[in-house]
Design a protein around this ligand. Structure first.
Ligand code: NAP
Length: 316
């Protein structure tokens, strides 16, 4: 019987098994640790799988990440070589991410956290200097599927939008930059900097003191704002805290962390200028993602090529 192996290490696997069973009738959906014929496993789907989950599967045709990122897969030193890795590109996930990014850019623009503080203290304070979205420059690090969707929606709200990609790229209505020089130019002109790129050898730790020191003053919104929805490994949390304390950063909105769950003793939890969310800016919903993976499996078994296959050489 055709078998799908679910290598899920960070979530409850049962809702995923139920969804996959519903969209792949006649298939066996198994979890690591169960007894199954390893030669029957044609496909695998993964989120933070235990190391070695996908080794010794001689007829494995593809591994699907259950999220848009694949860094969790490439961390596995026993990942089989030559088996294509496919990532999620799905409007459900993309829409959720753009909601989060647009919401937090608008919250920064309208100083929502500052007014929350005034309200808690029963203070009727009107800051008066209220910039418009068109006064504020949003720089997006990463202009792939998620970056481009967020860019379009931010532009609809009136923000000035610029983007940064690895390779030269043209995106209508967006000032595009690439490479190291491009990063400097983009950062220097970003009142709000949004990280929405993959964690790779090239991007690890990129959100550090050096980068923050290049941000503009962004006085209109109380200092530059960092939003990280990419991966925690992109950021240096010690540098973020130091930059917040010196005013180099005005605020940080963090959905991802160097260690997840964020340890209870992290000073980020209680910092007045930090917003913490539990890596849920764009969740992978089992119905949407299982349908996406099942459609790819069905097409692939009919001889069609897989789509959204990542390039292992670049890690995304
Ligand atoms: P994508 O379509 O692959 O786009 C990645 C973008 O990052 C591309 O524009 C790429 O440049 C750029 N990039 C990669 N390496 C770079 C480098 N060294 N220098 C400059 N730019 C670089 O990915 P996506 O679907 O937009 O997703 C992006 C990331 O978001 C995922 O990898 C994941 O880590 C994260 N994510 C987080 C959540 C969450 O809940 N927090 C949910 C979903 C995704 P090119 O255009 O030149 O290739």
């Amino acid at each position: 019987m055709n078998t799908l192996l679910l290598g899920i290490g960070a979530w409850d696997p049962e809702p995923w098994r139920a969804r996959f069973q519903a969209v792949l009738p006649g298939w066996q959906v198994v979890l690591p640790g169960e007894i199954f014929d390893r030669r029957a496993v044609r496909y695998a789907a993964a989120w933070k799988q235990p190391e070695g989950t996908f080794a010794d599967l001689p007829l494995l045709d593809a591994i699907f990440s259950l999220g848009a990122g694949v860094d969790h897969l490439f961390k596995d030193k026993r990942l089989p070589e030559g088996v294509p890795v496919v990532r999620v590109v799905d409007p459900d996930l993309t829409t959720r991410m753009s909601e989060y990014v647009v919401m937090h850019c608008l919250m920064a623009l309208r100083r929502v956290r500052v007014y929350d503080g005034f309200q808690r203290e029963r203070k009727w304070i009107d800051l008066r200097d209220q910039p418009q979205a068109s006064d504020i420059r949003v720089g997006l690090l990463g202009m792939g599927v998620l970056g481009q969707d967020a860019a379009a929606k931010l532009k609809t709200m009136g923000f000035q939008v610029a983007g940064w990609s690895r390779r030269p790229k043209a995106v209508e209505g967006v000032a595009m930059h690439h490479g190291a020089d491009g990063l400097d130019a983009l950062v220097a002109a970003s009142d709000i900097l949004v990280a929405m790129m993959p964690l790779t050898a090239d991007t690890a730790g990129i959100l550090d003191a050096m980068l923050f020191s290049r941000l503009p003053k962004a006085e209109a919104i109380g200092g530059p704002v960092l939003i990280n929805v990419g991966r925690g490994g992109l950021q240096n949390e010690t540098d973020i805290l130091a930059a917040l304390d010196t005013g180099t950063l005005g605020a940080a909105v963090l959905d991802v962390f160097q260690t997840e769950p964020l340890p209870e003793d992290s000073p980020l939890w209680s910092h007045p200028h930090v917003t913490v969310t539990p890596h849920n800016s764009a969740i992978s919903s089992p119905p949407a993602i299982a349908a996406y993976v099942a459609a790819q499996i069905t097409a692939h078994m009919e001889g069609k090529p897989l789509v959204n296959v990542v390039d292992p050489a670049h890690g995304y």
